[in-house]
Design a protein around this ligand. Structure first.
Ligand SMILES: Cc1cc2nc3c(=O)[nH]c(=O)nc-3n(C[C@H](O)[C@H](O)[C@H](O)COP(=O)(O)O)c2cc1C
Length: 161
């Protein structure tokens, strides 16, 4: 039996970036979910993935739209991370943003974005593996990513010295 505290502590020694997965319903409603589990999977065909918790309230709403946009957060976007990691009725309230080629929300100053259609969803333990087929992608500037490591946020620039 693996202790849950130990599992979290040890896996927290593996650093991740932070992404907001966004989606848009036909009604115009916008959804967003913070994930640290985003990863590149395949180049041919181009596939990416992430792991939403089965208990996520936002994931089923994103899933119902059939597509999502990955927004890679920059080091100066911690407040967006907090906003989209909280359980809230409308996480987009009073938030200006742009649109991807598929029309999905692209957060201002996100350092990269990836438009996907949902290729498959597989149950894995208490999470789901979501695989997205990449339809379009792009990046903005040369800003540093927001990093999550040992339960805290970091900026590459500060880790460098
Ligand atoms: C840095 C960070 C990384 C996270 N990574 C994930 C993740 O990979 N998968 C996940 O389901 N939740 C992850 N979360 C938690 C979700 O963002 C949060 O539980 C969710 O937004 C709760 O709201 P919901 O019910 O609207 O889904 C992460 C949160 C933070 C702050």
């Amino acid at each position: 039996m693996i202790d849950a505290r130990l599992f979290r502590d040890v896996l927290g020694a593996y650093p991740t970036g932070v992404c907001v997965i966004t989606a848009l319903a036909e009604s115009g409603e916008r959804f967003g979910l913070v994930v640290g589990s985003f990863t590149s999977i395949s180049l041919d065909p181009p596939l990416v993935g992430f792991f939403p918790d089965k208990r996520s309230g936002t994931w089923p709403k994103i899933a119902a739209t059939g597509r999502f946009c990955v927004n890679v957060l920059g080091a100066d976007q911690l407040s967006l991370c907090h906003r989209f990691a909280a359980r809230a009725e409308d996480k987009f309230a009073e938030l200006a943003h742009g649109a991807s080629p598929a029309g999905l929300p692209v957060l201002d100053n996100a350092i990269a974005w990836i438009d996907c259609t949902i290729e498959r969803v597989t149950e894995v333990g208490d999470h789901l593996l979501v695989v997205g087929a990449v339809e379009a992608l792009g990046k903005e500037g040369e800003g540093n990513p927001l990093l999550f490591f040992r339960g805290q946020y970091h900026d590459l620039a500060l880790l460098a010295d």
